[in-house]
Ligand binder design. Structure first.
Ligand SMILES: *[C@@H]1O[C@H](CO)[C@@H](O)[C@H](O)[C@H]1NC(C)=O
Ligand SMILES: *[C@@H]1O[C@H](CO)[C@@H](O)[C@H](O)[C@H]1NC(C)=O
Ligand SMILES: *[C@@H]1O[C@H](CO)[C@@H](O)[C@H](O)[C@H]1NC(C)=O
Ligand SMILES: *[C@@H]1O[C@H](CO)[C@@H](O)[C@H](O)[C@H]1NC(C)=O
Ligand SMILES: *[C@@H]1O[C@H](CO)[C@@H](O)[C@H](O)[C@H]1NC(C)=O
Ligand SMILES: *[C@@H]1O[C@H](CO)[C@@H](O)[C@H](O)[C@H]1NC(C)=O
Ligand SMILES: *[C@@H]1O[C@H](CO)[C@@H](O)[C@H](O)[C@H]1NC(C)=O
Ligand SMILES: *[C@@H]1O[C@H](CO)[C@@H](O)[C@H](O)[C@H]1NC(C)=O
Ligand SMILES: *[C@@H]1O[C@H](CO)[C@@H](O)[C@H](O)[C@H]1NC(C)=O
Ligand SMILES: CC(=O)N[C@H]1CO[C@H](CO)[C@@H](O)[C@@H]1O
Length: 363
């Protein structure tokens, strides 16, 4: 039954392994950052996946909240009418992309959105529009047909206008973050979008994009500030553990259980765990800049292999919307060295450029 929640099946539908679907729109294939071969049809279907999600978002929100609900939530009188216009924009994007893809167009999925009132609906819409703008910005480099690049840029600009309108006119915060929009690659954008997707029709085309393991922020929104420590949650990858401690036999494992409870015994620690604990970094994607800060286990007496809660000091100079991922080194933020993500941080600022405390993510 379609309503069954099957995230595993969804992951399979979008698995990297099945690339058998051939190109229809253009034939040329380009390599994404993680080496997966994708073509323009895949990119358009990816864009269509995001547009379907947005149509569902505005349809559900506008069905759920009437003019009185908007007013009661303290939103401006004009807001609901503009959200209706946004819905029409998104529906037109869906129609245009579907027409270009013909029989290969992907169909809508089932979605679950966490809004409980009109204000939360408005705030989350700003995040969706920003992710949309960032996804189109990142995907532009992967398109090969110049006509499609212009069409995608044209959609991108509208998504960015919509984001700016929600952020400024409705939420009364900064309409933009920095002089540059932050590009997200396909896997990063899809990791964000897929958190709202419950299940997709099996007949949908196989788009070769997968998702990262989850990264969540556990610091309360009002205490997540530049220059302060942030606590995030993710599991270090098992594969990393296995490859660094390759061919650890059961006798090695046995000795490991002896020495873990005596952390001071460093001479035996190398026969138990790999001698070097892994070092992870929080990569903060902000405009065209990438900031890296080291992560340490939040509980300093825990091994980095077994830690779920991590802490890092956020750089002082972050502003606006920032995307965070966890990487294995501090020089690049590619899919190949990303182990968890994507989390969204927001540091809204007023017209004097001063950070303001209330965040649109604070729902
Ligand atoms: C759909 O894809 C198939 C193969 O992937 C291709 O042969 C066909 O032309 C495509 N159809 C359209 C309408 O693009
Ligand atoms: C709007 O919806 C609320 C429930 O959310 C309902 O109580 C109210 O009567 C509705 N108002 C109008 C004008 O339909
Ligand atoms: C954040 O909010 C919580 C309650 O919502 C409050 O207890 C805490 O003091 C706030 N922190 C700051 C830094 O304002
Ligand atoms: C931030 O975390 C570091 C270690 O990760 C710790 O040494 C420092 O005291 C923390 N700072 C604050 C303000 O909590
Ligand atoms: C323990 O693991 C190391 C590799 O990390 C291996 O070289 C060694 O032979 C193993 N010891 C035993 C007793 O299997
Ligand atoms: C581990 O502990 C067992 C008994 O608890 C002991 O026989 C064994 O020698 C210990 N191994 C190491 C490497 O300390
Ligand atoms: C463990 O590491 C220390 C240096 O950190 C080294 O002197 C020692 O030989 C190592 N022991 C084993 C069994 O590899
Ligand atoms: C930190 O980790 C150690 C070892 O796992 C555990 O004994 C201790 O209770 C933890 N401390 C906190 C505050 O969770
Ligand atoms: C910006 O700064 C001016 C002059 O310092 C001040 O009057 C104004 O209230 C500030 N605006 C905001 C939104 O803080
Ligand atoms: C990394 C490594 O050394 N892997 C080896 C583990 O052991 C198997 C056989 O036991 C080898 O085939 C791997 O090369």
């Amino acid at each position: 039954m379609l309503l069954t929640k099957i995230s595993a099946a969804f992951a399979t539908v979008l698995s990297v392994s099945s690339l058998s679907q051939a190109a229809a729109v253009p034939v040329e294939k380009r390599e994404s950052d993680d080496g997966v071969q994708i073509n323009d049809m895949d990119i358009l279907n990816f864009a269509l996946t995001l547009e379907h999600l947005e149509v569902a978002y505005y349809t559900q929100g506008l069905n759920k909240f009437n003019a009185t609900d908007f007013k009661d939530a303290g939103l401006p009188d004009f807001a609901r009418g503009r959200f209706e216009e946004i819905l029409m924009n998104e529906q037109t994007h869906v129609d245009t992309l579907s027409e270009a893809l013909g029989a290969n167009a992907t169909n809508p999925c089932l979605y679950e959105f966490p809004f409980t009132d009109a204000k939360a609906f408005a705030k989350l819409s700003a995040i969706l529009e920003t992710v949309g703008a960032s996804a189109y910005t990142g995907a532009a480099a992967l398109l090969s047909d110049p006509t499609l690049i212009t069409e995608a840029a044209s959609i991108l600009a509208t998504e960015a206008r919509q984001a700016a309108w929600v952020k400024s006119a409705v939420i009364k915060q900064n309409p933009w973050s920095l002089p540059f929009e932050t590009p997200l690659d396909l896997m990063q954008a899809f990791s964000l979008a897929s958190s709202f997707i419950q299940v997709c029709p099996y007949s949908n085309p196989d788009i070769p994009i997968s998702t990262f393991p989850a990264l969540t922020v556990s610091t309360p929104m009002n205490e997540t500030r530049p220059g302060h420590n942030i606590t995030v949650q993710f599991w270090p990858p098992m594969s990393y553990f296995e490859s660094s401690s390759s061919n650890m036999t059961s006798s090695n494992m046995t000795s490991s259980s002896n020495s873990t409870d005596s952390g001071s015994d460093s001479s035996s620690s190398n026969s138990t765990m790999p001698s070097m604990e892994p070092q992870y970094f929080l990569a903060l994607l902000s405009g065209l800049d990438k900031h890296f800060v080291p992560l340490s286990p939040a509980n300093t007496s825990q091994s980095a292999y077994l830690t779920y809660e991590w802490t890092a000091m956020l750089p002082e100079d972050l502003k606006g919307t920032v995307f965070a991922i966890v990487t294995t080194d501090d020089t690049m933020a590619m899919d190949s060295n990303t182990i968890a993500g994507v989390a969204i941080l927001d540091f809204p600022f007023n017209s004097n450029g001063t950070l303001i405390m209330e965040s649109y993510g604070d729902m």
